[in-house]
Design a protein. Structure first.
Length: 161
């Protein structure tokens, strides 16, 4: 949301570093709009490491675009190797309906993986009207949504029932 920087997080609900140091996380990142998506990737990795996840326990998979995130997330999730998978992408509104199809497809795909999958899949896809709005959410005035993806992954992976 544009009125609040949500990248500052409360450590409440985050497990001890001893627990996180043994956990594995995967990140699938789209290489389309790399000035945005790679900043999101940096935010996600940094937040995981700051909380105690070992850098060597973070698998990063690059895919060409946001639409391909669903396939990568499916493969990573089905492997059973990760506590959670984070998907990071950026779709910017253009002059054609392509934006709508990509956004709907990836949203539906990630939702289905969360319903049917083996681990949480965290939706870190920016859907903005302009490049500036995306930059503002990838380390700009509205924080870095990649950080939020990392923290969300930790919290979802460690839900106690």
């Amino acid at each position: 949301m544009s009125t609040q920087n949500l990248s500052e997080y409360d450590v409440q609900g985050i497990p001890a570093k001893e627990i996180l140091s043994k956990q594995k996380y995967a990140i699938a990142v789209a290489d389309w709009n790399p000035q945005v998506t790679h900043a999101l990737l940096d935010g996600a990795v940094n937040s995981l490491v700051e909380c105690g996840v070992q850098q060597s326990n973070i698998k990063i998979v690059h895919v060409p675009g946001t639409f391909e995130l669903t396939y990568a997330a499916k493969k990573l999730s089905q492997s059973g190797s990760y506590e959670a998978v984070i998907v990071l992408g950026c779709v910017i509104q253009g002059e054609t309906p392509h934006f709508n199809y990509v956004c709907q497809g990836v949203t539906t795909g990630i939702t289905k993986l969360n319903i049917d999958g083996k681990c949480p899949v965290i939706f870190g896809v920016l859907t903005t009207n302009t490049l500036q709005q995306a930059i503002d959410r990838a380390g700009g005035i509205h924080g870095n949504k990649g950080i939020e993806g990392g923290i969300t992954a930790i919290k979802m992976a460690n839900i106690v029932w």
